[in-house]
Design a protein around this ligand. Structure first.
Ligand code: ATP
Length: 322
């Protein structure tokens, strides 16, 4: 077993609320165990350029409630090359840093996996609002993003009701429909459109008509960004149903804001666990939230296809929105 004395942490890919809580946990738990802990700024870009600073207890004071990431994040093309990866590993070795904790999505994990080939001990923490990482039930930031969608839709609902309109709200998630499904159920959406499952526009329009006949004064459809051109979809629904249909794309608002209590706690638990697994001598692992337990599992599990969408929740949503 390798005894670890110096650890570094970075955030990479899209920022997500709760990342700061994970950084704080990594820093404080390292210091608790008398380890030296370094923060790498601007993801792999900063690692290659040597933007590395030792962190102290005070470095992470007053951040737990803040969105984004105090370490900043970046996407870095050089990290895709062997040369870039070697430079990144050398920046760590030159400082005597044996291990790197990467908070980010599966792309960031691939970078970590590459660094492991050079002998860096690596741990991945899933940080992305999209919840699109295999091997964990939840990623840090997902819950906050869902809450942001719920909050935004409650505001849109006022206009939808006043003007008796159909609103189609596009939410983030890339190819993953989790934000759409979870927020759609939370707000009682008439329809939830996700890339994982087919949908029928005629049926959706008929459902809208039935609703309005029953006296509904507005309808909300939640659509995941991964389903394609939402404006085209709105045009077709308007054509089929005859209702005034408006599109709202929530965009990056979903990535910002203070983390929910759930994401703060998730970040703290995952950050703490990352230090524990390094102290146990493990490497090339990811930290996962499975059935309310925080566990570690092989990093390569993150590269497997994501399990199918929660079909039970999807079916329930359809049953409730008859
Ligand atoms: P998000 O889901 O929020 O986009 P992500 O971690 O998946 O997060 P990516 O843009 O895929 O985001 O990856 C972030 C960075 O990780 C890339 O800019 C690159 O520096 C590094 N990276 C991604 N894929 C690889 C790879 N195959 N090999 C080496 N480095 C990689």
């Amino acid at each position: 077993m390798v005894e670890i004395k110096k650890i570094a942490v970075l955030t990479s890919g899209g920022d997500a609320p709760g990342m700061n809580s994970a950084i704080r946990a990594v820093v404080r738990k390292s210091i608790f165990h008398s380890l030296q802990i370094y923060g790498v700024y601007r993801g792999y870009e900063g690692l290659i350029n040597g933007e590395i600073k030792e962190m102290e207890l005070g470095s992470v004071a007053d951040i737990v409630h803040r969105g984004g990431t105090i370490l900043r994040s970046a996407r870095c093309d050089e990290m895709f090359t062997k040369d870039g990866q070697k430079k990144a590993a050398m920046q760590l070795f030159n400082r005597g840093i044996e291990a790197l904790i990467v908070i980010g999505g599966d792309g960031s994990y691939r970078g970590a996996q590459d660094l492991a080939q050079f002998g860096v001990r690596v741990v991945g923490i899933p940080g992305t609002i999209d919840n699109d990482i295999s091997g964990t039930d939840y990623t840090i930031g997902f819950d906050t993003a869902v809450n942001t969608v719920v909050d935004s839709v409650s505001k849109l609902r006022d206009t939808a009701t006043s003007h008796e309109r159909v609103f189609i709200v596009e939410v983030m998630g890339r190819k993953c429909g989790d934000i759409a499904l979870r927020s759609g159920v939370a707000i009682g959406a008439e329809s939830i459109l996700i890339p994982e499952l087919p949908f029928d526009l005629q049926e959706i329009s008929e459902k809208l008509l039935r609703g309005f006949k029953r006296g509904k004064n507005h309808s909300i459809i939640i659509a995941a960004e991964g389903i394609g051109d939402i404006r085209d979809l709105a045009r077709k629904i308007e054509e089929y149903s005859g209702f005034d249909t408006r599109v709202t794309i929530l965009g990056h608002i979903q990535r910002g804001g203070a983390p929910s209590a759930f994401d703060s706690v998730l970040g703290a638990r995952m950050g703490g666990k990352a230090i524990e697994v390094l102290l146990e001598g493990k490497s090339e692992v990811m930290i996962s939230f499975i059935k309310n337990d925080i566990i570690d599992r092989p990093l390569k599990d993150a590269f497997k296809p994501k399990p199918p969408i929660d079909r039970k929740l999807y079916n329930l949503a359809n049953e409730l929105a008859i």
